[in-house]
Ligand binder design. Sequence first.
Ligand SMILES: Nc1nc2c(ncn2[C@@H]2O[C@H](COP(=O)(O)OP(=O)(O)OP(=O)(O)O)[C@@H](O)[C@H]2O)c(=O)[nH]1
Ligand SMILES: [Zn+2]
Length: 346
Amino acid sequence: MNTLLQYGFTDRIGALFSFHFPSGVQPARIVRADRGRVLVATPDGILHLDSPDSLVTGDWIGLVGDGRIAGHLPRSSLLQRKRAYDPLSEAQALAANIDLLGVVVPLDRPLSTNRLERTLVAAWDSGAVPLVVLTKADLSSRFDGVVAETVDRARGVEVLTTSAEVGDGLEHLRGRIGAGQTLALLGPSGAGKSSLINALVDDARQGTGEVRATDGRGRHTTTARELVPLGDGGVLMDTPGLRGFALWDAEDGLSQVFGDVEELFARCRFRDCAHESEPGCAVQSAIASGDLEERRWLSYRKMDRELASLHRRQNVAEQRRYGRSFHRVAQEAARAKDYRNRFREG
Ligand SMILES: Nc1nc2c(ncn2[C@@H]2O[C@H](COP(=O)(O)OP(=O)(O)OP(=O)(O)O)[C@@H](O)[C@H]2O)c(=O)[nH]1
Ligand SMILES: [Zn+2]
């Protein structure tokens, strides 16, 4: 099989390709991206290449004859994160062209609803389709009710139950990854992501991890890849960059997960209702009647506040940048005026 077909190449990607690149440009996919270096899957095998820093695992790229990268296709989805220590920094792209984003919830501990909601928000926001993957089903008797609670909190997102240990649910999950689709997993440390990936890949009778690649000088090296073919056209993405994933600019996702809460706002008597103690507040009355859980309301509030403060900080940075460029324009205008005046006088 053509190597690229194993890495998710489809007719749709082929068509996008001919649309974006002149003929003669070869399609390829980023299997792993390090600073300035990428591992790429091409129709003829895996190569190491120098690259611009803007490429991420999952990108579809165009290759010119001499191994130069002509650019990447528009991304159907993009996972980004902010750098927690630097709120003014730009979002950092982590991975592209993920079709299914598995939000991993382990059954060996109580459910962290807050984390589940956040991760679902981020998943929706990336453009991928979220899927909740319950892991360690063989231990589920320890914490009764986590499955039901997860289904409830997932708000219509599909929930699958798996056990890497005893093999439950693996077939079903494999079946969900169509040919040409890429699945990535997001979840807390110890949730069972690696075990699940290994189980899925073993199932496809493929060795995970190391792969042999050729560099520009024809030398062979062995490297870890972050895209792992499942053997039937489906692809698993296992990138360490997705660990420690944080919330970033996720309004659209917020509405996906908390749409029912936001719908209540329209029913408040006052348009500028703060949803605290105003008469006719639909939120407070839904809480009082039990239609809206107070916990969900508080978690909506918290995320909304975080997004708002993120925006304020971004806006301050933007105003500073704008201020600097405005200052420069003003100075130039003043100089020009000065010049004209002198010219007139002269
Ligand atoms: N009983 C049981 N244990 C599991 C299962 N899957 C994973 N584990 C155990 O859970 C622990 C964590 O699993 P990992 O697969 O390393 O978890 P991870 O999500 O990759 O963790 P990080 O690498 O920290 O992100 C290991 O001790 C696994 O053996 C399962 O299906 N059943
Ligand atoms: Zn209100």
